[in-house]
Design a protein around this ligand. Structure first.
Ligand code: FAD
Length: 473
């Protein structure tokens, strides 16, 4: 008989793992500390009905190349909810925050090109090269955390080399056009050597930037939380919310899990357990008899904060400004603003890194007021009395159950990245690990799923003694 497996954490990694284990004939108990399943997939509804306006406070888009994620969408009968996700600067009327004030994307190019020419005096470059370089630096500026931003824009020599190189290339397929941003992702795929021009750190982060700004992104209409909900529904009562793991003890043949539920301490012994709690939260639990290098990776894995602030508005005033979707680079301390395809729930600010922490440390009232005032520089109508019906925000760096946005391995070479990922997913006797932090694709749903499939393979191989099926391959 298959042993019962404890799955700790009901984010997408824990839920996919539990779903697959049940499919293989295992009984599972899923323990989730918070009252909500889904973890960093978090759809907030302004109202109690399923059709209420909503915003995504966690994951909001899926790159279609993320095949595991897309497969679960199919398998869970969610394919009819898939809609295109219009990304950053995908609408010619989206704004760019400039020193002189907000400028429409369609009008910003001449100013960006001029700025680039002034930084590269004495050289004559093709318009196309300058245009492409301007879009690339703009995208990095808008998406990257503070510490990476100056690396490209501030470095005249590097910018010069970059434009020099672009001058010898056919850029026609990649240039921005009316209603479509530059195809940066396709460019880097077709020209893999080009990333060697980027400074260390940015060369690793550029993949995330390219994926985030690609045109091959989708979302789930009605809310991304349909994915964890469908998984939990399939687990029929095996998911226990408000069960907080407080202690894990690894023994030779089993794992002892101590939980707190409704102020009561519960101690359970499992032949197998799978921990899908982010390391940023796990490092605050009592962990006994773990290997020293495992404890080190749990303590030292770096997380980058992320904060989202959303306003449910009285009316979609951005439509009057000709904006029907996409996102503006609103700059300042609020960075990016995403417009819904329909309805009036606005993702007013999406920040990562230092700016996310700055917002995260503010009281809710101060945070919302700060975002309102900053947003008014681009959209003055947000200050109209009664324009904001309701505000909501989530600072993942300060969230009790996550204590970080996502795991990052920026500035590390390939060898270090592989070593860290392997260490993160290495089991401790019968305690296995999953979560975006254990994967090759951290900071994405895809990575969380990939790691869950890998952990299920490892558990099943350990139980049956047979070679793993490689569900994750
Ligand atoms: C702001 C933001 C935007 C993002 N945008 C995207 C996007 O657009 N597309 C994309 O693919 N990915 C995106 N991501 C990343 C994606 O959301 C994550 O990679 C993925 O959801 C992580 O899943 P997980 O299961 O590894 O962790 P989590 O979702 O964090 O799940 C861990 C679970 O463990 C629980 N837990 C914590 N402590 C305990 C405890 N002591 N006992 C029991 N349970 C506990 C938590 O409550 C949580 O439910 C985004 C992330 C953030 C923060």
């Amino acid at each position: 008989m298959s042993p019962r497996v404890a799955v700790l954490g009901a984010g997408v990694a824990g839920l996919v793992a539990a779903y697959e284990l049940v499919g293989l004939g295992y009984d599972v108990d899923v323990y989730e500390a918070s009252p909500r399943i889904g973890g960093r997939i978090h759809t907030h509804r302004f109202g109690s009905g399923r059709s209420s306006p909503y915003v995504e406070l966690g994951a909001m888009r899926i790159p279609t190349k993320h095949r595991h994620t897309m497969r679960y969408i199919d398998e869970l009968n969610l394919a009819d909810r898939v809609r295109p996700f219009r990304s950053f600067l995908s609408d010619a009327n989206n704004y760019l925050s400039a020193e002189s004030g907000p400028v429409r994307l369609s009008e910003a190019m001449p100013a960006l090109l001029q700025a680039l020419r002034e930084r590269l005096p004495g050289s004559v470059y093709r318009e196309a090269s300058l245009q492409f370089a301007a879009f690339l630096t703009l995208t990095v500026e808008a998406v990257a955390p503070v510490r990476m931003r100056g690396q490209l824009v501030g470095n005249v020599m590097l910018t010069g080399m970059l434009v020099d190189r672009l001058d010898g290339m056919d850029l026609r397929p990649y240039l921005p056009e009316q209603g479509r941003p530059a195809r940066l992702g396709e460019f880097f795929i077709d020209n893999p050597g080009f990333r060697s021009f980027l400074p260390l750190g940015l060369d690793g982060f550029i993949d995330d930037i390219l994926t985030e700004t690609s045109s091959d992104l989708v979302r789930l209409d009605g809310g991304m939380d349909a994915l964890p909900r469908r998984l939990a529904d399939a687990l029929a009562g095996a998911v226990h919310v408000n069960h907080k793991v407080v202690e894990l003890r690894v023994r030779e043949r089993d794992v002892v899990v101590e939980l707190v539920h409704a102020d009561r301490t519960i101690v359970r012994r499992y032949a197998y357990a799978l921990c899908a709690i982010p390391f940023s939260a796990l490092r605050h639990l009592r962990l006994y008899d773990f290997d020293p290098d495992k404890l080190d990776i749990i303590r030292e894995t770096e997380y980058c904060s992320a904060t989202k602030v959303a306003f449910y508005c009285r009316e979609p005033f951005w439509l009057d400004e000709g904006i029907s979707g996409g996102a503006s680079y609103t700059g300042g301390g609020i960075r990016q603003t995403y417009y819904p395809d329909r309805g009036s729930a606005l993702l007013a600010s999406y920040t990562i890194g230092e700016e996310a922490d700055q917002l995260g440390r503010m009281s809710l009232a101060d945070r919302h007021e700060y975002v309102r005032q900053q947003l008014a520089k681009v959209h003055p109508r947000i200050l109209e009395p009664g324009m904001i019906r309701s505000a909501v925000s989530l600072a993942w760096g300060q969230d009790e159950w996550t204590r970080g946005g996502c795991a990052v391995r920026w500035g590390k070479d390939v060898g270090q990245i592989v070593e860290e990922q392997e260490l993160a997913s290495t089991p401790q006797n019968h305690l296995f690990f999953a979560g975006e932090h254990c994967s090759k694709n951290p900071a994405w749903i895809e990575g969380a799923i990939e790691s869950a499939l890998d952990a299920v393979d490892r558990i099943d191989a350990d139980v049956t003694g047979s070679y793993p099926v490689r569900r994750s391959a």
